[in-house]
Design a protein around this ligand. Structure first.
Ligand SMILES: [Zn+2]
Length: 84
């Protein structure tokens, strides 16, 4: 599933947060995302594995959150840092 409205490529997100995204949230999610790509050796699942999808969701959340850290909706999981 792709989302053309995203300010980044979910399969290959930039290391640094796009303009307007929350950098702290982005950095954490990006590192998790990188750990699980291009081929996941930790989950044993085909790309994108579950944790990579979770990280991609966090990247989208960082964009919604914005640099102010304020957002109307939070991720359903409530996890700030998924385990590796
Ligand atoms: Zn994985």
């Amino acid at each position: 599933m792709t989302d053309a409205s995203l300010p980044f490529d979910p399969d290959d997100p930039p290391q640094h947060a796009p303009a307007g995204a929350n950098e702290a949230v982005w950095d954490v999610a990006y590192q998790v995302h990188q750990t699980h790509r291009p081929r996941c050796v930790c989950c044993g699942q085909p790309w994108p594995c579950e944790r990579a999808r979770l990280a991609a969701g966090q990247l989208r959340y960082a964009c919604r959150l914005g640099s102010t850290g304020l957002a109307d909706d939070a991720p359903a999981s409530g996890q700030s840092e998924p385990g590796l």
